[in-house]
Design a protein around this ligand. Structure first.
Ligand SMILES: [Zn+2]
Length: 247
C-alpha cells in the first residue's frame, strides 16, 4: 500500500470507529446490556472446588475398576472450565491426579490424614470460602443409582444443596427422587471446616448402567454443567436478581 493510501485507510478506520462508538453510545440508554462474561461477577464469595481423593487414595472403585478420584477430577476440571466462561475463578484443591500430603508421609494412612489436614487448612485460610466437593457413591446393592447432594450445617449450604439437587434432576435424571441430606460427622473434611459447603455424590459406581455414564466425558460434562448452573443461579439469587432454578 502507498503512503497516501495507508493514510486514507487509517482515516477511514477512525471515522468508522467513531461511527460505531456513536451508534453504541446512542443505543446504550435503551439496551443497558449486562455482560455475562464480566470478570468475577460476585466477588464476595470465593468458591473452592474439591475433587475428592486423588493420587494413592483412589476412593471408591467402580464395577469396571475405575477409581472415583479420576471421575471426581474430570467433573471438577469441567466445572472450573464452565465457571471460567462466566468470570468465576474458583480455587481448585487439586487439578491433577495427586494427593496433597506433606513430604515425609510414608504409609497410606499418614498420606490420607495429611492430605485431609492440608485441604482443611487451605479452605480455612480462604476468606469467604464456599466449598463444592465432588465424590462418587457405591453400595452393596447394585440397583441403587442417582446423584445426591449433601450439605454442611447452615442456611447457605442447604440452599445451594437444594438448588443443585433440583438442577441435577432437571438436567440429567428426571426420575431421581433423592432429597438433599445433611453431611454426617464422619466426613472429616466437612466436620473440620467452618464455611458453607456442599458435597455432591454424582452417582453410584456400583450400578453398571450409571457407572458407564459416569465414565463418559459427555455425562461428566453434563454433571459439571448442572453444578455450574446451580452455583451461578445461587449467586444471582444471593445478589437479589435470581428467579429460581432454570437450566
Ligand atoms: Zn469419595
Amino acid at each position: 500500500m502507498k503512503k497516501f493510501g495507508r493514510k486514507k485507510f487509517l482515516a477511514l478506520g477512525i471515522v468508522l470507529a467513531f461511527s460505531i462508538c456513536g451508534a453504541v453510545g446512542h443505543l446504550r440508554p435503551k439496551m443497558s446490556p449486562i455482560s455475562t462474561f464480566a470478570p468475577v461477577r460476585f466477588p464476595e464469595r470465593q468458591l473452592i472446588l474439591d475433587a475428592g481423593h486423588g493420587g494413592e487414595d483412589g476412593g471408591a472403585v467402580s464395577v469396571t475398576g475405575v477409581p472415583e478420584s479420576n471421575i471426581n477430577l474430570a467433573v471438577i476440571l469441567r466445572l472450573d472450565q464452565f465457571l471460567g466462561f462466566y468470570g468465576t475463578a474458583p480455587i481448585l484443591l487439586r487439578d491433577s491426579d495427586i494427593s496433597i500430603y506433606d513430604p515425609g508421609c510414608e504409609t497410606l494412612r499418614q498420606k490420607k490424614v495429611s492430605d485431609l489436614h492440608n485441604r482443611v487448612a487451605i479452605i480455612e485460610g480462604t476468606e469467604n470460602a464456599f466449598v463444592i466437593s465432588v465424590h462418587q457413591n457405591t453400595f452393596s446393592n447394585s440397583a441403587y443409582h442417582g446423584a445426591q447432594v449433601f450439605f454442611r450445617t447452615g442456611a447457605e449450604s442447604k440452599a445451594l444443596a437444594e438448588l443443585t439437587q433440583i438442577v441435577l434432576r432437571q438436567g440429567v435424571d428426571p426420575e431421581n427422587g433423592r432429597t438433599p441430606t445433611q453431611i454426617p460427622d464422619s466426613v472429616y473434611l466437612m466436620k473440620h471446616i467452618t464455611c458453607p459447603a456442599i458435597l455432591v455424590e454424582c452417582g453410584f459406581l456400583s450400578n453398571p448402567v450409571e457407572e458407564k455414564k459416569l465414565r463418559s466425558e459427555s455425562y461428566q460434562a453434563q454433571l459439571a454443567l448442572c453444578l455450574a448452573s446451580a452455583w451461578l443461579q445461587s449467586e444471582e439469587i444471593q445478589s437479589g436478581n435470581g428467579v429460581g432454578p432454570v437450566i
